[in-house]
Design a protein around this ligand. Structure first.
Ligand code: ZN
Length: 400
């Protein structure tokens, strides 16, 4: 069965667990199968690797790698198809005792699509692609500018993606000999004006089509203030500026410096949306009651087509559990953990299927044109929502 890491917290836990394991040799095997890739191809590749592994010099490493690969093949053969988001499989000897082997396997379907295909044997599991999923978040526009250069970039999670570089031909302030100071200053002002207009145009072109949460602006000297303080940028762009910081550089170094100095403001912006959203739930609850909360009530409102936006706490750890037995017994429950493991009718082990409550909400929402949004418990409002049952829904009409 695939371990569903359907939220950041679960994935983070798994990454911590896997990250703490060290192989004695290069014997820990990691595989990433992209969401749109045929798993049988992966199985074929693993079989080839298994044959290749015969060449590994160290007897112990060879044995461990071969055992891991054959376990992975056996496991993946059972899959009917590639899971929706792809699958990452990790396998290797986790025994810390010399001479002992304990080959363990993890298969993880993360909450985001796996886009990368990867096979790796190492002393550690390859966790980079999963870690990146945790880092991805909202996107922000970045502008660093001084009289010589301007750089535009987009902040994606923790990564800055440079978008455009503009160089100016504005001369320095000291005037070359033979020119009148006034004339030189006029020419310089004209060039500066053209340059700032070019940068503003680039801002429009580069960021116009992006779905950004806001901008952060930096650069050495006072030009950045001149740029944003006048009419170069549209009013709505100016409203979206989160913070302005002095940096020593433009370019990549400027981006990094700006990011470092803006951490706090960005974090607050991230949380502000969550705070506002949950605050709106409380307001609606007071004003007209077009809100439902708690798992059961929200499910009911979804069934009725009344729910419009479902807001779920990331920490809500409730599942829809379906237990069944060959004798015909079955039970379905929405709960944290099922209280029975064996069939109450015949005593055999039950076969158990689980679905996270977030997936349950999403499926129901899809059928009725509602949306599902996740919020953290990093704010006091988020904690309050968690205490109210971990989920609330904005309603199209009131339900009794
Ligand atoms: Zn039974």
């Amino acid at each position: 069965m695939v371990i569903k890491a359907d939220n950041k917290r679960k994935l983070n836990k798994l990454i911590e667990e896997l990250g703490s394991i060290r192989g004695r040799g290069t014997e820990l095997v990691s595989i990433y199968c992209p969401y749109d890739y045929d798993l049988t191809e992966i199985v074929n590749q693993l079989r080839e690797e298994e044959a290749e592994a015969g060449n590994i010099k160290s007897k112990r490493t060879r044995k461990n790698v071969q055992s891991a690969l054959s376990k992975m093949v056996d496991h993946l053969k059972e899959f009917e198809r590639t899971p929706d988001n792809g699958v990452a499989v990790f396998c290797g000897n986790v025994s810390q005792r010399e001479g002992k082997t304990n080959i363990k396997l993890w298969d993880i379907e993360p909450f985001k699509k796996i886009e990368v295909k990867l096979y790796r044997c190492g002393k550690e599991f390859k966790l980079g692609p999963l870690r990146e999923m945790l880092e991805e978040g909202a996107e922000y526009g970045m502008i660093v500018i001084d009289t010589r250069n301007a750089d535009l970039g987009v902040l994606k999670g923790k990564k800055v993606v440079p978008k455009q570089h503009i160089s100016s031909i504005v001369p320095g302030k000291s005037k070359p000999g033979g020119q009148s100071a006034a004339r030189f200053e006029r020419v310089r002002e004209g060039l500066l004006e053209d340059y700032l207009k070019d940068v503003a145009e680039a801002v429009k072109q580069v960021f116009g089509s992006e779905d950004l949460k806001g901008f952060i602006v930096g650069g050495p000297g006072p030009l950045k203030e001149k740029f944003i303080g006048n009419d170069y940028l549209s009013e709505s762009t100016k409203d979206d500026i989160i913070t302005v910081k002095s940096t020593s550089y433009t370019g990549q170094q400027g981006f990094e410096e700006l990011l470092r100095k803006s951490r706090e403001e960005l974090r607050e912006t991230e949380l502000k949306e969550e705070k506002d959203l949950i605050q709106e739930i409380f307001n609606r609850l007071r004003e007209n009651g077009k809100i439902s909360y708690g798992v059961d009530t929200v499910i009911r409102s979804l069934k009725m087509g009344a729910a419009e936006r479902v807001i779920v706490s990331e920490d809500l750890d409730i599942k829809k559990i379906y237990a069944s037995c060959d004798c015909g017994y079955s039970k379905e429950e929405i709960t944290e953990d099922l209280d029975i493991e064996t069939c109450p009718d015949c005593g055999e082990d039950l076969s158990i299927e689980e679905e996270s409550i977030i997936d349950v909400f999403k499926e129901m929402a899809e059928n009725t044109g509602a949306t599902v949004e996740l919020v953290s418990t990093d704010t006091s409002e988020g904690e309050q929502l968690y205490k109210m049952g971990g989920v609330a829904a904005f309603l199209r009409f009131r339900i009794e």
